[in-house]
Design a protein around this ligand. Structure first.
Ligand code: SF4
Ligand code: SF4
Length: 98
């Protein structure tokens, strides 16, 4: 079984969330537009386990300079990362009115 570091190295971050749509081909879906709440990661509480990174369904959590950070372009605010973080390092806050 590979560890978190190896998994991070294997997964290339895609700047766009691309999904197959039936027989019509593939589309870029702006899943960030769906968000009504946003995850906020507290680096002081983060133990860098990588669980949030592995669970995010749209690859919106990346590892940069040894830290896990959340990219908001395609984050849909599902809250899976906050739910799975055992260190309570991620909270969900209301999005500001658009
Ligand atoms: S799951 Fe929580 S503790 Fe683990 S890397 Fe993500 S934010 Fe940090
Ligand atoms: S809220 Fe959902 S989409 Fe956004 S970073 Fe967390 S797991 Fe990924």
């Amino acid at each position: 079984m590979i560890n978190v570091e190896e998994r991070v190295a294997l997964m290339e971050f895609k700047s766009k969330y691309i999904a197959p749509v039936g027989a019509d081909g593939v589309y870029v879906i702006n899943t960030g537009d769906w968000r009504t709440v946003r995850p906020v990661l507290d680096q002081d509480k983060c133990i860098k386990c990588g669980i949030c990174f592995m669970y995010c369904p749209v690859n919106s959590i990346v590892k940069e300079d040894g830290k896990f950070i959340i990219k908001y372009d395609y984050c849909k605010g599902c809250g899976i990362c906050a739910h799975e973080c055992k260190s309570d390092a991620i909270i969900m806050i209301q999005e500001a009115e658009k």
